[in-house]
Structure formats: structure tokens, C-alpha cells
Design a protein around this ligand. Structure first.
Ligand SMILES: Nc1ncnc2c1ncn2[C@@H]1O[C@H](COP(=O)(O)OP(=O)(O)OP(=O)(O)O)[C@@H](O)[C@H]1O
Ligand SMILES: [Mg+2]
Length: 249
């Protein structure tokens, strides 16, 4: 019980945050208890779940630097889905963490205290490979790597997988799956990327593919997941399928 999954890719704009919130909402719908950790100073996951900057009293930096863990956990409008919000304070994480080599285990030691209260903890990572992502990887049992069906995405994926291999030398961590996102199905190019990724990582690529959808894009503007915003839309269906693929593994 209690699995921690980091949603990572050092490439920006590939669908990490979109996947974190919509997969989180889909798992919550299946009666799983979910915590999202917003680990990006952009705070996109926090804002997409309808939480404003003014609503946030304590954020993930307070969790990592003080003893206020439980106080930072906020409810969302999705039943079974809670979040530890982020703020711009994450930009100064380097200064807040201890200077010792175990600083990469700060998130890990905090999440261990609450892991058993949740079925899944999803960590929304920033587009980088620095201290924040190290903290996320050392706290996680597995990773989901969203990959946009575009030309540059492929190169970034190879680097990301190398990074996971490095971490694996120090602690066990699985690739939960590579998730192809933002497929434009009017254009054959995206399918070529899918073929390449499935060929390179045949057992690691999710069967579910997330197509490009205006509902997915618009939902955060209303502070909602696509599941709440448009339950029957294709984007909502795809994220619910992804949740089932993960649950039925
Ligand atoms: N399936 C999709 N269809 C249409 N738009 C999408 C889809 N997935 C994500 N987007 C849009 O693409 C943009 C980037 O998505 P998102 O913020 O989830 O990526 P990210 O990897 O978290 O980015 P960053 O690296 O900046 O954190 C957003 O505007 C989002 O609404
Ligand atoms: Mg993001």
C-alpha cells in the first residue's frame, strides 16, 4: 500500500502537470486515496486544481524545511484528492536544504511519514534535472515519463532514462511507464514517434495514448481537472483509461 510515483521529464511542456492532475483525479474516482505533491515553482498543478496563491498557507518548501507536514496538505474539489501546494519559494530550495550529501533524501524522509495514508502519491516535477528532481526520484517507487509526440521529445527521453538508470544504482526505482501525449491524430508524424518509442521501450510504453484535446487544455482555466470539466470528452476518457491500466498492472 502507498506507492509514490514521480511524473518526470526534463523537457518542458510535455504534459507532466496535465498528467499528474488528471491521472490523480482518475485514480481518485476509482476510490483510491491520492496525494499530489506540487514540486514545481510554477505551481501549475496547484493552480489547475483551483487553489489560488492566497489560499496557500504552507507549501512544499515549508514541508522540507520545518516540521509542518500535515498542515501543508490541502483538500481539493476532487473527492479523495489532496495536494501539497508549491510556490515560487521552491526557487530557493538549494539554500533551505542541509548542505550534507543526504539532502537528496529530504522529500523521501517526509513522505515516508504519510505514505501509508494514501494509495498513490504523485509528484509533479519541474522541467529540469537538478536537486528538486533528485529529491523526487529518491522519494519515488517508480516514474511516469510523459513524452510529447514530437521530434525533440525523443532525445530528451533517452537522457531521462539514463538518469533513472543512474538512480537505480543507488536505490530501486521502476519505470511505471512512458506515456505518449499530445498526439495530433490528423498528422501522421506523431505516429512515427509512437513507433520509435514503442520499439525502443516495448514493455515500458503505456498502451493508453493521450491525444491533443482542447478540453484538456481548457480545464485548468476553470480550476478543474478534465474529468470534472468534461467527463465524457475524449481527454477525460483517455486519462481514466490510463488509471485503469495502472490499477490493472
Ligand atoms: N493532451 C493535451 N492536449 C492539448 N493540450 C495539452 C495536452 N496536454 C498538455 N497540454 C497543454 O500543453 C501545455 C503544457 O502542458 P503541461 O503544463 O502539462 O506540461 P509540463 O510538462 O507540466 O510543462 P512544464 O515542463 O512547464 O512543467 C499546457 O498548456 C497544457 O494545457
Ligand atoms: Mg508542469
Amino acid at each position: 500500500m502507498g506507492k509514490i510515483i514521480a511524473v518526470v521529464n526534463q523537457k518542458g511542456g510535455v504534459g507532466k502537470t496535465t498528467t499528474t492532475i488528471n491521472l490523480g483525479a482518475s485514480l481518485a474516482l476509482e476510490d483510491k486515496k491520492i496525494l499530489i505533491v506540487d514540486f514545481d515553482q510554477q505551481a501549475n498543478a496547484t493552480i489547475s486544481l483551483g487553489i489560488t496563491r492566497e489560499d496557500v498557507k504552507y507549501d512544499i518548501v515549508d514541508v522540507l524545511s520545518t516540521e509542518i507536514l500535515e498542515k501543508a496538505i490541502m483538500k481539493t474539489t476532487v473527492r479523495n484528492l489532496e495536494i501539497i501546494p508549491a510556490s515560487i519559494k521552491l526557487a530557493s530550495l538549494e539554500e533551505v536544504l542541509p548542505k550534507t550529501s543526504d539532502r537528496i533524501y529530504t522529500l523521501d524522509s517526509n513522505l515516508k511519514k504519510i505514505k501509508e495514508q494514501y494509495d498513490y502519491i504523485l509528484i509533479d516535477c519541474p522541467p529540469s534535472l537538478g536537486l528538486i528532481v533528485d529529491n523526487a526520484l529518491y522519494a519515488s517507487d517508480s516514474v511516469i515519463i510523459p513524452v510529447e509526440c514530437s521530434f525533440y521529445a525523443y532525445d530528451a527521453l533517452t537522457q531521462m532514462v539514463q538518469k533513472i538508470d543512474e538512480v537505480q544504482k543507488n536505490k530501486p526505482i521502476d519505470i511505471e511507464g512512458i506515456l505518449l501525449t499530445k498526439l495530433d491524430n490528423r498528422n501522421t508524424f506523431g505516429y512515427k514517434i509512437i513507433e520509435k518509442v514503442e520499439f525502443m521501450f516495448p514493455n515500458k510504453t503505456f498502451k493508453t495514448i493521450i491525444t491533443s484535446s482542447s478540453h484538456i487544455q481548457e480545464a485548468p482555466m476553470h480550476g478543474k481537472t478534465v474529468i470534472q470539466f468534461s467527463f465524457n470528452s475524449r481527454g477525460s476518457k483517455e486519462y481514466r483509461e490510463l488509471a485503469n491500466e495502472i490499477l490493472n498492472k
